[in-house]
Every structure is written in structure tokens, then in C-alpha cells.
Design a binder for this molecule. Structure first.
Ligand code: FAD
Length: 505
């Protein structure tokens, strides 16, 4: 038997939410006619359908599929996202921006915040470090233009992502996947057949008696983890002691002006609310811990904070923050909510899906399913979950809020040692410890830590090697260039109206 004889011939994806279609599309593109792909979904069960804010990596995901950017924005009612505006997180009245980009250019291979720390120590009237972030300057003035220019400059010192309608995005990818040969089946999976010797799944059975056979099964069935938990009891690490929010309510309202090129996250007495502007409406939600407030009170807080009348009743969601212990077992791989869930504070779930599909393609098995491939996939997924978990815990832990039982709990809750180390190193030295590449990097940690009020006691002594006046002049020049660049940019709403306006639904 040669290697080709062992190739995966048929993949069955269970679930047609964002994860199911985001998995089907790149697999169909990659495998083409070499492999049959079937996706089964049950309209009776429906999807979560609230993932509307993304990270810049979504652009590379779309690009890999060859998706036309303008067409995508129009068909998903998307707007542009430069980062997240955090309100009331460090203390009541506190406001800062976590933007996609750094606080000025690197100097001598050192992070610009180190030089800013030195200047802030020398000059009492030093403006906030946020003024050296192009993304923040654009956000504060509701401006948008995609990055441009080949040489490092204010005009390309930022990145961007999208806010989109999750339902429309799933439909968009469904259309793409079906055009690339994916077969969609409507039906309710109610049973599974396994090889009695190996334990591998051989088929899923639908309630109407149909059977879908396959070599590889991808579990995109959402929180329930139909295959990964239902069949393989992969286990779940529950992280709710460190991330206590376990409930959410979501409700849209009409679009209002200005159309902000960012997500807003406002801390509340038992959690936080989000505001996500789309072209046709604004998405809103309240993430909270039901041990510290009631659903009725959470709903009142959500509705009171809307910009316009709610378009319907708030939708209730429950979750347990954590991670599936293994997301690849035998011939089953879990992607999306079936693999775990971290609350949407940094819009990371869709990014997890992008990563998981990419890692599956990098570690694509044949029918031997060598366990080392599963081990490697599980290692990558676990490490990323832990990295993002710590970053999100940071938002709650490093706060001076003590005005409610919830915030007092957060101030006192235990946190992972690695996060404690990260906070201590930053507080004492200004250095950012990065455990995992290609996720939240130095500028993100600086935004959050300094935004929440952790001002380092010291800075890298090597930045003293630069002459102070030269440094001051350099910072003034960079800031001036950011101001001039942003002055020349159009308003976000104007940019959308001119270039990517979606047709009314
Ligand atoms: P689901 O949407 O639950 O889809 C599950 C699919 O499985 C459905 O098609 C269902 O029909 C099918 N299914 C289940 N059981 C069966 C069965 N027995 N037979 C057949 N089919 C079955 N992510 C972000 O990146 N950004 C955000 O801003 C964001 N906000 C969020 C806010 C909240 C409150 C929540 C809860 C999540 C948020 N997410 C966000 C996460 C995002 O919504 C999910 O990652 C994304 O929707 C993927 O969901 P999914 O496809 O895994 O599951």
C-alpha cells in the first residue's frame, strides 16, 4: 500500500455555525476533489450567532481563501475595527484604548514604551503614551483609511480587523464552501458508530435514519461537544474561578452616529457590556456572573446602556469558561465552541477557529492517524488557550475597582503563577514577558497594563544610551506625523459610504 492509498477520502463536519463553515471553506480549497467534505447541521438547534468582533488575523484568513475584501464587507454589513475602547475598567471614569499597533516605531530594537517611560520620568508634562498610537488617534476621531505606504510611517503603523454580522458571515462562507464542493446536509445527529477495535468513529447517524460515513470527523457542534465530549469524554478544564463570568445577554439596536471604528467595552458592577457597530445595526451584549447579579438586573443594565431602542428581546446565553483537555482524539477534531470558550472580551473565539483550522491543515493526517499529530495539535491549541486566558484574566485582576462584590472577588481571586510573574516583571521593570508568539504581543500588554494603571517603577537602562534631546525631538516628530496623517483621513462612516457600502437588508 503506498501513501496515497491511506489518504483521507471523506470528512464529515458536524455543525454549521461560524466554526463549521470556517472549517469547511479552507479544507475544501486545500483538498479540492481529492476529498469529499460533508457538513451536517440542524436548523432545529441553531447557532450561537453572536461572534461579531474579530482580530486582524481574519484578513489573512479571508485572503487565503481568495475572498474579495470589498465584496466581503458589503455582504456581511461589516465595519472596520481598530481596537477596543475600554471604559471604567481600571477605576470608574478610567478610559483607554487597546489598539492594533504599537506606540511609535521601535528604536534600537527596543519597544517605544521604554523610551516613553524615560521621557515621562524626565518631563512632568509628557503627554499620554496613547498619543503615539496611530490606531488610537484614528479611533478617537472616528477616522478610517486602510494602512498605506511601503516605508515605516504613521500611515501604516497600525492594523485593523472587522465587525461583521456573524449570521451573514456564516452564510458567506457557506456559499463559498458549497461552490468549492462541500455538500451540506440538514439533519439531527443522534447517534455515532465506532469501530469496535480502534474506537474510531466510522459514521454519524441522523434522526431520520441516514448515515454519514467518514474517515475524519470534525466536531463543530458548539458548546455541547457532541463528538469530542459525547463520544470521547475528552474532559474540560473549568477556569471559572479565575474568569467568573458565566452568562451573557445579547440584543441589537438601530445604528447611530458616529459609526465608531472600534468595539466599546464598558466594565459594569458584575461584568461588562459590549457595543459593536455594524453598517445596518449595533450589536450589544452584557457578559456577567450570575453569582453576583440576577438575569433581570443584567438585562436592565444592558437595555439602559443602549444608544437606541432595542430591536427585540435580549437573548440569554450561558457558558463555562475553560478548555477541552484534548481537542483531537483518534479521528475526531473539535473546532470552535466545542473546543472551549473564553469570554469575548478580546474577540478571540473566531481567531481560535482560524488557528485550529490552520494547525489541522499543517498537521493533516492520513488514515493511520499517527497519535503524534494529535499530540502536536493538542499542544498548540492548549498553549494558545492558556496564553489568551491569562491575557483576559489580566483585565479583571489589575484593576483598582472595589465598588462591588464582583470586583472585590476579582481583586482577591487566585491567578496562574505565570501571569503573576508577568505582572510583577512589568510593574518592577517595564519589561513584558511573552510566553507565546503570534498572539497578544508587547503593545497589547502595554496597552492593558498601563491603561489599567500599572505604571512601571523602572525602565530598560539601555534606553539611557540615547541622548535625551534627540529622543524628545524624535517623539515630537512621530507625534506630529501621526496628527497630520490622521487629519488627512476620512471619517469612518464616509469611508464606508464611498467604498464599501452594504445594500439595505
Ligand atoms: P454554534 O454557533 O453553537 O454552532 C453549532 C452548530 O452545530 C449549529 O449549526 C448546530 O445546528 C450544530 N449542531 C449541534 N448539535 C447538532 C446535532 N446533534 N446535529 C446536527 N447539528 C448539530 N467570538 C468572536 O470571535 N468575537 C466575538 O465578538 C464573540 N462574541 C461572543 C459573545 C458571546 C456571548 C458568545 C457566547 C460567544 C461569542 N463569540 C465571539 C464566540 C463565537 O460566537 C463562536 O466562536 C462562534 O459562533 C462559533 O460557534 P460554533 O460554530 O462553534 O458553535
Amino acid at each position: 500500500m503506498n501513501i496515497a492509498d491511506k489518504a483521507i477520502r471523506k470528512i464529515v463536519i458536524v455543525g454549521g455555525g461560524t466554526a463549521g463553515w470556517m472549517t469547511a471553506a479552507p479544507l475544501a480549497l486545500k483538498l479540492g476533489e481529492a476529498c469529499e467534505i460533508v457538513l451536517v447541521e440542524s436548523p432545529e438547534i441553531g447557532t450561537v450567532g453572536v461572534g461579531e468582533a474579530t482580530l486582524p488575523s481574519i484578513r489573512y484568513y479571508n485572503l487565503t481563501l481568495g475572498i474579495d475584501g470589498v465584496d466581503f464587507v458589503k455582504k456581511t454589513q461589516a465595519t472596520f475595527k481598530l481596537g477596543i475602547d475600554f471604559k471604567d475598567w481600571g477605576h470608574l471614569g478610567n478610559r483607554f484604548f487597546h489598539g492594533f499597533g504599537d506606540f511609535g516605531p521601535m528604536m534600537e530594537n527596543r519597544s517605544p514604551h521604554m523610551y516613553w517611560l524615560r521621557l515621562a520620568r524626565e518631563f512632568q508634562d509628557m503627554p499620554s503614551y496613547e498619543q503615539w498610537s496611530t490606531a488610537t488617534a484614528m479611533a478617537r476621531r472616528n477616522r478610517f483609511l486602510p494602512p498605506y505606504g511601503d516605508q515605516p510611517a504613521a500611515s501604516n503603523a497600525f492594523s485593523y480587523a472587522f465587525h461583521f454580522d456573524a449570521g451573514l458571515y456564516a452564510l458567506y462562507l457557506r456559499d463559498y464552501a458549497e461552490r468549492h464542493g462541500v455538500q451540506r446536509v440538514e439533519g439531527m445527529v443522534c447517534d455515532v458508530e465506532q469501530n469496535p477495535e480502534t474506537g474510531f468513529i466510522t459514521a454519524v447517524k441522523l434522526r431520520d435514519g441516514r448515515r454519514l460515513e467518514g474517515d475524519l470527523f470534525i466536531d463543530c457542534s458548539g458548546f455541547r461537544g457532541l463528538l469530542i465530549e459525547g463520544v470521547y469524554q475528552a474532559g474540560y478544564d473549568d477556569w471559572s474561578a479565575m474568569l467568573p463570568c458565566n452568562s451573557a445577554q445579547a440584543v441589537p439596536c438601530a445604528r447611530v452616529e458616529p459609526l465608531t471604528p472600534y468595539t466599546t467595552s464598558t466594565a459594569r458592577s458584575a461584568g461588562w457590556t459590549w457595543r459593536i457597530p455594524l453598517q445596518h445595526r449595533t450589536g450589544n451584549g452584557h457578559v456577567y456572573c450570575d453569582g453576583f447579579t440576577s438575569d433581570a438586573e443584567a438585562s436592565r443594565v444592558l437595555l439602559d446602556g443602549l444608544d437606541a431602542a432595542a430591536l427585540g428581546e435580549p437573548r440569554q446565553l450561558r457558558f463555562t469558561t475553560g478548555r477541552r483537555r484534548k481537542t483531537w482524539v483518534k479521528n475526531c477534531v473539535a473546532i470552535g465552541l466545542s473546543s472551549g470558550f473564553l469570554e469575548p472580551l478580546e474577540s478571540t473565539s473566531i481567531n481560535f477557529i482560524e488557528n485550529a483550522v490552520g494547525w489541522l491543515i499543517e498537521n493533516f493526517p492520513d488514515r493511520d492517524f499517527r497519535p503524534e499529530l494529535a499530540d502536536e495539535f493538542n499542544r498548540l491549541v492548549s498553549a494558545r488557550y492558556e496564553h489568551v486566558r491569562d491575557f483576559i484574566i489580566l483585565h479583571y485582576k489589575v484593576t483598582n475597582r472595589s465598588d462591588s462584590e464582583f470586583w472585590r472577588y476579582c481583586a482577591n481571586m487566585p491567578i496562574p503563577d505565570r501571569l503573576r510573574h508577568q505582572i510583577d516583571v512589568f510593574r518592577e521593570t517595564g519589561r513584558v514577558v511573552i510566553y507565546e508568539d503570534k498572539a497578544f504581543m508587547v503593545p497589547s500588554h502595554v496597552s492593558m497594563l498601563m491603561g489599567l494603571g500599572v505604571m512601571p517603577k523602572a525602565y530598560d537602562p539601555l534606553v539611557d544610551l540615547v541622548d535625551l534631546r534627540t529622543l524628545q525631538a524624535h517623539f515630537a516628530k512621530v507625534r506630529d506625523s501621526i496628527t497630520r496623517t490622521v487629519d488627512a483621513m476620512p471619517d469612518h462612516a464616509q469611508y464606508i459610504a464611498r467604498h464599501v457600502a452594504a445594500p439595505p437588508l
